[in-house]
Design a protein around this ligand. Structure first.
Ligand SMILES: Cc1cc2nc3c(=O)[nH]c(=O)nc-3n(C[C@H](O)[C@H](O)[C@H](O)COP(=O)(O)OP(=O)(O)OC[C@H]3O[C@@H](n4cnc5c(N)ncnc54)[C@H](O)[C@@H]3O)c2cc1C
Length: 429
């Protein structure tokens, strides 16, 4: 469906803004400007540009650029990338993953396959963000979006659809009918626009690439042993001899701001981890970055300004997974906006369909997983869960589905399962 308006930019601008409020000098009015070329921003740019819309994608970085991440993609994230036409490249550069292994605080192992999606057969994979984000940005450009890197957006003047930013100290402005903020965990611009919740919720994570490992398998390894809870350590294979290794603390670790690095150092020294990574050596520097997990109380739109991905707090509070949610929210935004462009109806009523669709998809999951994180990331309960997985073969696949966000956690934690977990708690001697 081609949605590009036949009217010229001046007509559009005249319709959109009364004369007194029009920008002093607008050379071009884009259909949409997307700020942030991470997975969310680039996926949205690709989808909208394919519909014939005039899209400008801005990022403060020049690309290719790295983004500190664990690099793991769930089967549903891979499904969206396939839908965007990246299937072949993913097959070439992504490292296919077949299973998830959880190590409980007491050392109990829980392993289950990550089955490909039943409809399309998409598997989980690991792909470094340096490559993934560049693939997505290139797809957006191929679809017809304009991209400008090295542009730090500093302000949005909403009533004029004006985006203000600076490149090499030089100030510039661009105009559009809709603005989408896909700025990730960077909240500076969101704060200035008054688009953050009263209480922001951040977690902190650190990762490093370890190369030259001899025992790489095709499993995502999540370890609750030897790290402060709620949180976990991970070993995600990137290739046959290297892995992305990191730790996440779902509550800011006490002490100095560098303490997450200390947690990481301790994780690496833990005997079982050291054994798994033996012969390996770090490649590049160890980097930390925050994750924002407050979607359930975060603003997601005001007028013609929409938020997607981590800018809307969309990182799973239980697992730290955010790429799939950035891609999914981009698809939800794309569908809502294409309706607006097709009908020319940008009324509050029509735009609010985005809010409704996004809340319908994610609100319940976020409320529940935030709660679950508090209750279940407790060593005794995790160990009991590990024992329940050993005794009842249907429990481990359920754990994997919860971890991958594939199942409603409340439905998964049925009274029957709760009873089995309670029966697996050690009895006081
Ligand atoms: C250590 C760590 C490990 C993680 N591991 C995983 C994992 O294994 N799997 C998973 O699914 N998720 C993981 N996540 C979460 C995931 O990285 C994010 O949720 C995801 O990148 C969000 O995508 P996004 O498109 O919303 O934003 P981002 O990918 O953060 O992209 C935002 C973009 O906006 C740009 N930007 C920001 N501000 C401005 C501005 N003012 N002007 C112009 N440009 C701007 C930035 O340069 C950036 O390119 C991890 C996060 C961390 C920190």
């Amino acid at each position: 469906m081609r949605l590009r308006s036949r009217r010229n930019d001046r007509d559009v601008e005249r319709d959109l803004y009364p004369k007194s409020r029009r920008a002093a000098k607008v050379s071009k009015v884009y259909d949409a400007i997307i700020v942030g070329a991470g997975p969310g921003g680039s996926a949205l740019a690709t989808s909208l540009a394919r519909s014939g819309l005039d899209i400008l994608l801005l990022d403060k970085h020049h690309f290719p650029r790295d983004k500190t991440c664990g690099d793991a993609l769930s089967p549903s994230a891979v499904g969206i990338l396939r839908h965007l036409g990246l299937e072949d490249v993913l097959g070439r550069v992504g490292f296919r993953i077949d299973g998830l292994q959880l190590t409980m605080p007491g050392g109990e192992l829980v392993a289950a396959p990550i089955l490909p999606t039943s409809r399309d057969g998409d598997s989980a994979c690991v792909i470094p963000r340096l490559e993934l984000d560049e693939l997505l940005r290139s797809a957006a450009i191929r679809a017809g979006s304009e991209f400008a890197g090295g542009v730090r957006v500093t302000e949005i003047i909403e009533e004029q659809g004006l985006v203000l930013g600076s490149t090499n100290e030089k100030r510039s402005s661009w105009s559009s009918r809709i603005v989408i903020l896909a700025v990730g965990a960077n909240v500076g611009l969101l704060k200035r626009q008054g688009l953050v919740p009263k209480r922001l919720e951040f977690s902190y994570a650190v990762r490093s690439y370890i190369k030259g490992i001899t025992a790489v398998d095709r499993q995502l390894h999540i370890r609750f042993d030897g790290v402060p809870l709620p949180g976990y350590g991970w070993i995600f294979p990137v290739s046959r001899d290297s892995a992305n290794v990191g730790v996440v603390a779902f509550r800011k670790a006490k002490g100095t701001s560098n303490s997450i690095y200390a947690v990481f150092e301790r994780f690496l020294r833990q005997p079982l981890v050291a054994e798994m990574l033996s012969m390996g050596h770090p490649r590049g520097s160890t980097k930390g970055y925050p994750l924002r997990t407050d979607f359930h109380r975060s603003p997601i739109r005001r007028g013609r300004l929409l938020l997607i991905g981590e800018a809307a707090g969309l990182v799973n509070p239980f697992t730290g997974e955010g790429i799939d949610y950035a891609l999914e929210s981009a698809m939800v935004a794309s569908e809502s906006l294409r309706d607006c462009f097709a009908t020319g109806d940008f009324s509050e009523h029509t735009l609010s369909r985005y809010d409704q669709a996004l809340r319908a998809r994610f609100q319940r999951i976020f409320v529940l997983t935030s709660l679950m994180r508090r209750i279940y990331m407790n060593p005794r309960l995790l160990d009991a869960l590990g024992r329940a997985c050993g005794r009842w073969p249907d429990v481990a696949p359920l754990m994997v589905d919860i971890f991958l966000g594939r199942t409603d956690p409340l439905r998964a934690f049925s009274p029957g399962l709760m009873l089995r977990i309670l029966r697996s708690l050690p009895t006081a001697s």
